[in-house]
Design a protein around this ligand. Structure first.
Ligand SMILES: [Zn+2]
Length: 248
């Protein structure tokens, strides 16, 4: 995303929401939102990437970097089975595919662009899980990440259902282990702070939010502990907050 008025205008759209969360905490902020109870009701079980431009359904990046393809496929198949996905999605301009190609020193070509790697991978996973493979249409611009947050969640969650929640990546931690979920978190942070995200606009007053979500406060505390080392290098430009949704 180029440093421009558009970028700043897009950033400012959620300035108030982020300020309120920084001031009062996501727990209090969420209580004020009429649609908060709906965010745990998924409309479908189509597996979508963590990218906010592919919102809806179940979210986790199927591509995990620093693994060879066979290991990545095995991991994804296991996730897909556990999560009982109804289809495996892939999408254009996928940062997770980009990180995977880079980590494995694979150079895409015009004949085989990153999209094609993502499509092939999703197809192989879908065949193993025995569900359809589908392209998820991109809701937003290519090369433009507007995420103000990442939702790191141990329950099914679609935060895009409540428009007053910050736009965010979603990392579903329910069907995977800490190791893989934290790799996804590091990729999400790299995208948000990189040239395609808001990058330098994040500050102590307007931090990138890591919102851990779980059924109980005890689980929230444990997930917050789990992510702490991965966010440390960003200092006060990343803020970890937690939302326990039990008893709601
Ligand atoms: Zn993606």
């Amino acid at each position: 995303m180029p440093q421009s008025h558009n970028l700043i205008a897009a950033f400012n759209e959620e300035r108030e929401a982020v300020s309120a969360i920084v001031r009062n905490g996501i727990g209090k902020y969420a209580l004020s939102l009429p649609g908060i109870d709906e965010i745990t009701q998924l409309d479908d079980r189509i597996w979508r990437c963590m990218d906010s431009r592919t919102s809806g359904g179940l979210r986790f990046p199927p591509f995990i970097r620093k693994q060879d393809r066979a290991k990545s496929i095995r991991f994804a198949v296991e996730f897909g089975r556990k999560a009982k996905v109804s289809a495996v999605g892939h999408h254009l301009d996928c940062g997770a595919v980009g990180a995977y190609l880079e980590a494995n020193s694979i150079k895409p070509t015009p004949q085989k662009p990153p999209f094609e790697y993502g499509r092939e991978f999703a197809q192989d996973v879908a065949d193993e899980v025995q569900v359809p493979c589908i392209e998820i249409p991109l809701q937003g611009e290519v090369g433009c990440h507007r995420e103000r947050a990442v939702y790191y969640t141990s329950i099914d969650l679609d935060p895009s259902k409540e428009k007053r929640l910050p736009t965010g990546f979603v990392i579903n931690r329910e069907y995977t282990d800490a190791e893989h979920a934290l790799i996804a978190l590091r990729v999400a942070l790299q995208i948000a702070f990189g040239p395609h995200g808001f990058g330098e606009l994040f500050s102590g007053n307007q931090p990138f939010l890591v919102i851990v979500v779980a059924a109980t406060q005890k689980e929230v505390d444990s997930l917050a502990q789990e992510v702490s080392a991965s966010v440390a290098r960003y200092g006060d430009r990343v803020k970890v907050d937690g939302l326990a949704l039990s008893g709601r």
